[in-house]
Design a protein around this ligand. Structure first.
Ligand code: NAD
Length: 357
């Protein structure tokens, strides 16, 4: 099957990507390669020990460690980190972690234009995009800027092998969500569609192996490959209903990022499948056949993913307001968006039913 389109525009960022179990040990060489000498290592508080190990290994190239990264990149944390980077005269940022840590690195780069190396430990894919989401006084805003795009990514399967199985599954479905929505994006091009399908196929093949044996480094490597591809398409094309709903549920109701993506995905895709069944056919094919939404729901169930919003902290009384907020501002989506349709979608996701359509 070809993804040829009669007309398209394609933009690609210049990013150096290295894959391999143990590739993190070449971090020092990568820092030397771009001529930097004073690295600031970033992590969340939970991964502080890992950041310290990186600093020890880097020896004189490590100028400091900042382990305050937090979900949704709070601006006050970023400002503290920028002050710290200036105090220690850092000339490169090294982010070791998931989307939260990568987000902090991007926020520093946005304010200082320092180069970034990311060593991802989840499948969120932020390392492959020029997008930065930040929160200030409870409000999340998103910007796209070339300064934010990390220059180097080191994908090391040994690091992602410590990700607990539950987070592995939700993080993988978060990545699949980027690829599924990329297939009907207005800005899609043949390359973004091919990357999206390859990324989904990598997860469909390797995630069941990782769930069966989380220490399987070959399967971990293949899921990281999927994460890179899905993250790359996220950076190339715009997202629609699914990401909007997750943004609303995360931003206004404090629901956890990856879990929310995992639960909403089959429903949002089933909703849009009524408008663009042909564009979404590769999703169904990748995840076991049949309609895309139903196939994703079956796959998520088999992988042991959470299936209902009520299980991750949403109250039934919030559904009306969530539908209201998610339909307040007009945005492009392949299927027409109406409040009642979104309210029904959210109801199915709340109770963990299979998608309606
Ligand atoms: P996360 O980075 O918040 O990580 C969740 C928790 O898991 C953290 O405590 C972290 O320290 C821990 N963790 C991460 N990797 C681990 C590992 N291998 N072993 C053990 N523990 C580990 O979660 P996430 O889902 O990766 O990222 C979510 C954030 O990323 C959100 O804020 C989201 O908006 C953002 N994001 C941004 C983009 C973008 O392009 N800008 C893309 C995707 C996600």
């Amino acid at each position: 099957m070809s993804f040829f389109q009669k007309e398209f525009v394609a933009n690609s960022a210049a990013v150096r990507v290295r894959f391999g179990p143990g590739v993190r040990h070449d971090l020092g060489a990568e820092i030397d390669r771009i001529g930097a000498t004073r690295a600031l290592i970033l992590s969340t508080p939970q991964q502080a020990e890992s950041a310290l190990t990186f600093a020890e290994t880097l020896g004189g190239r490590a100028a400091g460690v900042f382990s305050g990264a937090a979900m949704h990149t709070p601006v006050e944390v970023s400002e503290n980190a920028v002050d710290h980077a200036r105090e220690i005269d850092a000339d490169i940022i090294v982010a070791v972690g998931g989307g939260s840590t990568t987000g902090l690195g991007k926020a520093i780069a946005y304010r200082t234009d320092l180069p970034q190396i990311v060593v991802p430990t989840t499948y969120a894919g932020s390392e492959a995009t020029p997008i930065l989401g930040q929160t200030e006084q409870g409000r999340k805003t998103t910007l796209t800027d070339p300064r934010v795009q990390p220059e180097i990514i080191l994908y090391d399967a040994e690091l992602v092998a410590t990700l607990p199985v539950g987070m592995t599954v939700t993080s993988a479905l978060n990545a699949v969500a980027h690829a599924a929505e990329a297939l009907y994006a207005r800005e899609r091009n043949p390359l973004s569609s091919a990357l999206a399908v390859e990324g989904m196929q990598a997860f469909a093949a390797a995630l069941p192996k990782v769930v069966a044996n989380p220490a399987d480094l070959d399967a971990r490597g293949e899921t990281l490959y999927g994460a890179w591809l899905c993250g790359t398409v996220l950076g190339q094309v715009g997202m629609a209903l699914h990401h909007k709903l997750c943004h609303t549920l995360g931003g206004s109701f404090g629901l956890p990022h990856a879990e929310t993506h995992a639960i909403v995905l089959p429903h949002a895709i089933a909703f849009n499948e009524t408008a663009v069944p042909d564009l979404l056919a590769p999703v169904g094919a990748a995840f076991g056949g049949g309609p895309a939404g139903a196939a994703l729901h079956r796959f998520a169930t088999k992988m042991g993913a959470p299936l209902s919003l009520k299980d991750i902290g949403l109250a039934e009384a919030d559904l009306d307001r969530a539908a209201e907020i998610a339909t307040q501002n007009a945005y492009w989506n392949p299927a027409g968006i109406d409040r009642d349709g979104i309210r029904r979608l959210l109801d199915a996701a709340f109770h963990g039913r299979a998608p309606e359509r």
